[in-house]
Every structure is written in structure tokens, then in C-alpha cells.
Design a protein around this ligand. Structure first.
Ligand code: HEC
Length: 119
């Protein structure tokens, strides 16, 4: 909301600065370590029911780093957040923020982490 207050100033600086700020704020909103652990468990349990326990595929396609290698990150994040209409891939926006979805997509590309046992 603070962005709205600064909008007249930002318009003078130019749209490039606005996008730079938005990108910076998206980075700043990366999930906290606690939230990241909850997301890891959620993906293994809820997403795993369709994409497989090891995310190697089931009803849904494999989500391993190999399988995703040639796919665009932003489109994968958008699929997680908004779902794919007409397929069993439902939107997750009720449970995830866009930052959560982007973070999950980044972890899938990197090779999804195991949940830590002590939490
Ligand atoms: C009810 C089953 C189901 C669940 C639960 C589910 N998915 Fe999917 N998902 C699918 C199907 C089916 C597709 C393929 C859609 C299509 O035909 O394009 C898909 C597609 C995807 C894709 C795109 C893969 C690609 O190669 O294009 C991603 C990424 C994805 N799902 C991530 C997730 C994540 C993360 C979760 C949990 C938050 C999740 N899915 C939960 C069924 C599911």
C-alpha cells in the first residue's frame, strides 16, 4: 500500500523504477524458513498424491529437475498458483501466495528438498 503513496513520485522517475521496486519487494517476501518447511511438507504430501511420492509422476507429470529442465519457471509458478483449467491440476491460490508458488517452482527446478525430520 505504501507503493500507492509513492506512485506520483514513481511516475516521475519512470516505470522502470516501479518494476525494479516490485521485483525487489517480491524478493523481500520470500517465504520465511518456517514457511519453507511447511511448503516442503505440503508439496510432498498434497502435490505428491498426484505427482508421485518422489515427484516422479503419477496422475500428474513428473516434477523432477530433469523433467522441468526445458520449461519456463514463471509458467510453472503460474500453474501452481492458478492451476490448469480443464485438467486435474487445481489452483492452489487459496493455500499459497504467489511468492510461495514461485519458491516451490524454484525448488522443483533445483531438485525438491526432503522435509527435515525434527519439525
Ligand atoms: C489432483 C491431482 C493434482 C494435484 C493434487 C496437484 N497436481 Fe500439479 N498437475 C496435475 C496434472 C494432471 C497436471 C498436468 C496438467 C496438464 O495436462 O497440463 C499438473 C501439472 C503441474 C505442473 C506443470 C508441469 C508441466 O510439466 O507442465 C506443475 C509445476 C505442477 N502441476 C505442480 C503442482 C504442485 C506444486 C502441486 C501442489 C501444490 C500440485 N501440482 C498438485 C495434477 C495435480
Amino acid at each position: 500500500m505504501a507503493l500507492l503513496l509513492f506512485f506520483p513520485i514513481l511516475r516521475r522517475i519512470g516505470l522502470g523504477a516501479v518494476w525494479a521496486l516490485l521485483a525487489a519487494s517480491a524478493l523481500a517476501q520470500m517465504p520465511t524458513p518456517e514457511r519453507q518447511q511447511a511448503l516442503v511438507r505440503m508439496v510432498r504430501q498434497d502435490c505428491g498424491s498426484c505427482h508421485g511420492l518422489y515427484l516422479t509422476g503419477g496422475l500428474g507429470p513428473a516434477l523432477t529437475s530433469e523433467a522441468l529442465a526445458d520449461k519456463p519457471l514463471d509458467s510453472m509458478a503460474a500453474t501452481i498458483y492458478g492451476g490448469r483449467p480443464g485438467t486435474p491440476m487445481a489452483p492452489w491460490k487459496a493455500m499459497l501466495s504467489e511468492q510461495d508458488a514461485l519458491w516451490i517452482a524454484q525448488q522443483l527446478f533445483a531438485g525438491f528438498p526432503e522435509p527435515t525430520k525434527d519439525r
